[in-house]
Design a protein. Sequence first.
Length: 362
Amino acid sequence: MKLREIAQRRGPFVSLCIDASHNTEDAENQRALRWRSIRERLAAQYVPEKTLELLDDAISEVPGHGRAGRVLIADSDSLLVDHVLPEPPAREIVRVSALPYLLPLIEQQSRAVPHVIAVVDRVGCDLYGVDEDENLIEMTAEGTAHPVHKIRHGGGWAHLSMRRRVEEMIRRNVEEVATAVRDLADRVGARIIVLVGEVGARSALARALESPPTARVVEVDAGARAAGVDTAALEAQVEQAVLTQARQQQGQVVEQLNTARGRADGLAVEGLPETVSALLAANADTLLIDAKTVGDRSVELDPQLLRGITAAGWIEDDATSSRAYRADEALPVVTLLQGGSIVPVEGAVVPREGVATLLRHR
C-alpha cells in the first residue's frame, strides 16, 4: 500500500519499528519474547484483539536471516504495512495513535531510488526493475538480429562485408534492448539505470540510452551475462549507485531550501509554527524533516485538516476543536494528504526545529 493511501485511512493505528534480526541460535525464542512484551503493551492501550491477531500472524512469519528491522502498521481492519529494513532501528518504536507513524518508511524509501539493472551482452540482456515501493520486476530482452560474432581473421572483401553486416546486427540488437530498458524504466519510474556485463555491449547500450535521456546511466564491473554475475559484487555496486543518486536528489532539495531562505521573497519557511501555517494554507510542496531533531514535539491542528480520517474508538478524539498531534506523525500525514512530497534530512543540513517546507507560492 502506498504512503498516501495509508495517510487517507481512518485511524487509530498501531505503528511498530522493531528489531527483526534472526542471526543467533536462540533468535526464534528472542523474537517470541520481544513480541509477547510488545503485545502486552498494546493490549494495555486497548488495541482490539482483531488488530493484535493481525500482528500475531505477521510476526509469526520470519522474513529472513541476518540482521534486519521491521516496520508494521495496522488499523482496526487491516495490516497496512509489513516492511523489512536492512538494519534494526536505533531504538524500538511502539505507538498507538490517531495517525500512522510513517517516517521510518519514508526514510527507507528515500534511500531506495527506483532503478533498473541491465545485465547485458551483444545478444540481449536480463532486466530487473525496482519501483518506489521496492517491488521487483524481472524480464529478458533478446535482440532478433543473429549472428553477432564478429569475423576477426582473414582478409578480402567478403570478410569485410561480413563484418559490416555483423556490426549492423549488433547495432539493431542494442536498439531493441535499449527500447526494452526504456520501457521498464518508465514502468518503475527509474531515476538511475545500472549497466552490467560485457564492456563493449554495455558501452553501446549506454550510448543508445543517451538520446532521449531516460534516467542517469551508470556502468559497473560486476560480471557478464553468459558467465554469470558476481551477485555480491553487483549488489554492493548497485546499492552504492542508488545511494549516490538518493543523496544527489536530497542535495538538490536542500539547495532549493538554502537558496530560498536566503531571499526575502524565497519560497521556503522553516520551524514548526511556520510549517504548520504552510500546511493550514495548503501551501506545502515539499516537507523536509529530521525525526531525531523533531523528537516528541507536538503541533496543534484542526482535525478537519486531516479530512476526518481520525476516529474515536480506542483513542479519545474531539473532531470539533483543535487538538495536539505528534509533529512527526501529523506533518507527514497532512503533507501527503495535500499531495506534497517528503524528504528526510540529517546532519549539518537539518533546519530549525527539524522541519522546513518548500512552498508552492508566496
